[in-house]
Design a binder for this molecule. Structure first.
Ligand code: SF4
Ligand code: SF4
Length: 487
């Protein structure tokens, strides 16, 4: 006999139980769904910083795009930059004459011209060398306090010595080394830019931008891989990929004695060096221009043309996300890219009122002018006396060549990403009255502590080794090591 199928008899208790299970199931599904969504948010990528997915570049630049950057304006006939106009190239050229190894009569014209235009530079250079000798002598005394900061800096500095590899020979050969002959074709320059942005972020760049190469910003008279030479800008240096990343914030705020430039420099070398390999693997020429005096071009104006930020009074690019705390590298390539545009977020107007960096600069290298007045090679912009600045690098109580960076740390734009800075970042560029920036500045000057005199950053007898903020415990030698600091 066929067995009759029995309909389950659901009583109220069973129904509630089932209902509970169903809603638990729905809740779990909801949680799982929300979890899945949250899992897609790069904030949740444990162990991976947000910036490797581009989330560090969160400011919408579109509404602020302009045709010409307001802080580096072409106002006259322009020209390329002579090597003698770049501090470290100038040092190399000038050294034999300063040491008396070569007679003054053999001084190259570009150096003579530079000194005619900057008559104080020779004295500034002599003072810088003298300070460097003193600094080396005093390191014995200071190293007990600063040896961990020094080791941290050295680890970064030494890691960037061999990568990316320096070009050898003419750019027409060296930039094409290992280039894949089977070039991968992109759907469009827009696709190429989209991919390169993603790849640069994945290599560690917080900010990425693109522009055509403006030949005015290519050095003249010296070319890596070739040496001293007059050269035309190579045709395959068509486009620039500009990348930026910040210094570690604790070290930055504890400048000058606990800070270093090499943490961000080393990161830039890795990013630009990897981009060079990546591009060549797809069949395009590439040359990485990286920190540590390994550039054939001036990276700051190129970063401005690529829309990363604007030039500050401190001669540094001020970006919406990182403020002045953005170190740069550029990769030149023949890959066609869709360029970004310069931006105007009101930095010029803010710097005209602010002057904090000029006030806090221990060398007095930064202009107090109300407006940028200097025309340099055809561009009107703020100007910093770089040799005088170098004198402070050689004076602070750190081991040699660690530098200063106070003008980056004290800049009100160089702040971490909290809600108040988010408001400031979004409201100030949209306020045509300037009232908001004046209020921000008043808050900055009232709430943040600055040494009364900039000389306090220097060692005795002129100062007392002051840092902008207190050093973090992790950089303090006395927290970890058995040292006897008697000063
Ligand atoms: S690095 Fe130091 S000395 Fe040089 S301009 Fe900036 S604050 Fe002045
Ligand atoms: S400290 Fe002030 S004046 Fe100097 S660069 Fe920053 S915003 Fe401009």
């Amino acid at each position: 006999m066929k067995k009759e199928k029995k309909t389950p008899d659901l009583n109220r208790r069973d129904f509630l139980k089932l209902g509970g299970l169903a809603s638990a199931g729905i809740s779990l599904a909801g949680i799982a769904g929300a979890g899945l969504a949250a899992g897609k948010d790069t904030d949740s990528y444990t162990g991976w910083e947000r910036y490797t997915h581009g989330d560090g570049q969160f400011f919408n630049r579109k509404p602020f795009e302009v045709d010409q950057a307001p802080t580096i304006k072409k106002v006259a006939e322009s020209r390329r930059i002579n090597a003698a106009e770049q501090l470290f190239y100038r040092l190399r050229i000038a050294m034999p004459f300063m040491r008396g190894i070569k007679p003054q009569s053999e001084m190259p014209k570009e150096l003579v011209d530079f000194y005619k235009e900057h008559p104080n530079d020779v004295e500034d250079m002599k003072a810088a060398f003298k300070a460097g000798q003193e600094q080396r002598k005093n390191w014995e005394k200071y190293k007990d306090r600063y040896i961990i900061a020094d080791a941290w800096s050295e680890a970064h500095s030494k890691s960037m010595r061999d990568f990316p590899k320096r070009p050898v020979g003419k750019p027409e050969e060296s930039d094409f080394k290992n280039v894949n002959p089977d070039t991968v074709k992109f759907k469009s320059p827009k696709h190429a830019s989209g991919l390169m942005k993603k790849i640069a972020h994945s290599f560690g760049a917080t900010l990425v931008g693109f522009c055509k190469l403006n030949p005015d910003f290519v050095y003249q008279g010296r070319l890596r891989g070739v040496g001293t030479t007059k050269f035309d800008v190579p045709e395959h240096w068509k486009n620039c990929i500009v990348v930026a990343s910040p210094h570690e914030w604790d070290g930055l705020y504890a400048n000058p004695t606990y800070g270093t430039s090499y943490d961000a420099y080393a990161r830039e070398c890795v990013i630009a060096g990897k981009l060079e390999i990546f591009l060549r693997h797809l069949g395009y020429s590439a040359r990485a221009h990286v920190p540590g005096n390994s550039y054939d071009l001036a990276v700051v104006p190129i970063a401005i043309e690529a829309g990363l930020g604007e030039l500050g009074r401190n001669s540094v690019v001020i970006t919406p996300e990182l403020g002045s705390n953005a170190r740069l590298a550029v990769v030149t390539t023949d890959l066609d890219l869709e360029p970004d545009k310069p931006i105007d977020i009101g930095v010029k107007e803010f710097c005209e009122k602010c002057k904090i960096c000029a006030d806090q600069c221990p060398s007095g290298s930064i202009s107090f002018d109300n407006k940028p007045t200097k025309v340099i090679r055809g561009y009107k912009r703020w100007y910093t006396e770089d040799t005088r600045c170098f004198g402070v690098w050689n004076s602070v109580a750190a081991s040699h060549a660690r530098g200063c960076r106070i003008c980056i740390a004290v800049c009100p734009y160089s702040r971490k990403n909290n809600w108040i800075h988010t408001i400031a970042r979004e409201v100030d560029p949209r306020d045509p009255t300037g009232i908001f920036s004046s209020a921000l500045l008043a808050m900055q000057k009232g709430l943040f502590e600055y040494p009364e005199k900039a000389e306090e950053y220097l060692p005795p007898p002129n100062g007392n080794n002051k840092t902008y903020h207190n050093a973090p415990d992790w950089l303090k030698t006395e927290e970890w090591c058995d040292v006897d600091i008697d000063w």
